[in-house]
Design a protein around this ligand. Structure first.
Ligand SMILES: CC(C)(COP(=O)(O)OP(=O)(O)OC[C@H]1O[C@@H](n2cnc3c(N)ncnc32)[C@H](O)[C@@H]1OP(=O)(O)O)[C@@H](O)C(=O)NCCC(=O)NCCS
Length: 187
């Protein structure tokens, strides 16, 4: 567990926590951060809600726990997380359900690592997101990965966060009523 620059917050590897006795409590915290941060707030059924969680959080924790990072507050609660993977998702059957990877497959070769980062609303704007990205980027660099990307929407506030953290717009694509941006960072 490494101390982070922010007071009262530690950036930790999920793997170090997930083997401990408080795993279920931390998983509950992760779910809370995930669902409260999501743009989508209503689901037609419990199954639909579970599938949504699986798509954007669950499969990363299960398949790539080594690349997951969490931010713990002074009370040892998870207040933020980053999940991701290093290999090109456009060429991985695990992500065949996400059409945007196919749309951006000319770019994912150059920027294969992907990440998803979310913080509890009370903890945003204090540099914690930047610390989580730094932890993941160092890992990806050490593994020899050439680049990392995120896919977000034009006009989203988080675009400024990524631009401030070394990402640049590498591509865009019209989605359902909004424009998707592919932001890539060379490693
Ligand atoms: C985006 C996010 C991970 C950034 O982490 P953070 O610790 O708040 O960011 P930092 O303190 O390092 O940097 C501040 C920047 O984060 C972004 N940010 C802050 N609050 C935000 C919010 N509620 N929603 C989206 N982005 C936000 C802004 O770009 C901000 O810069 P600004 O104040 O000049 O606009 C975090 O704010 C968050 O979880 N936001 C909501 C969910 C989200 O958008 N996740 C990313 C999905 S692609």
């Amino acid at each position: 567990m490494s101390a982070a620059a922010m007071p009262d917050v530690q950036i930790c590897r999920w793997n170090q926590l997930s083997s401990g006795p408080q795993r279920d409590r931390w998983l509950g915290d992760l779910d809370h951060v995930f669902f409260s941060s999501s743009a989508r707030q209503s689901f037609a059924s419990a199954e639909e809600k579970a599938a949504f969680r699986e798509r954007w959080l669950g499969r990363y924790l299960v398949n790539f726990p080594q690349y997951a990072w969490v931010a713990l507050d002074g009370a040892q609660r998870v207040v933020g997380y980053l999940v991701g993977s290093l290999d090109d998702p456009a060429r991985d059957p695990l992500f065949a359900d996400l059409s945007h990877f196919a749309r951006f497959s000319a770019l994912t070769d150059r920027y294969p690592a992907q990440l998803h980062v979310n913080l509890d609303a009370a903890w945003r704007g204090r540099g914690i997101g930047a610390e989580l990205v730094t932890a993941f980027v160092r890992q990806a660099q050490a593994a020899g990965c050439p680049g990392v990307h995120v896919v977000t929407s034009r006009g989203a506030r988080n675009v400024g966060f990524y631009l401030a953290n070394g990402f640049a717009t590498r591509g865009h694509s019209k989605g359902d009523g909004h424009e998707l941006l592919f932001l890539g960072r060379d490693l």
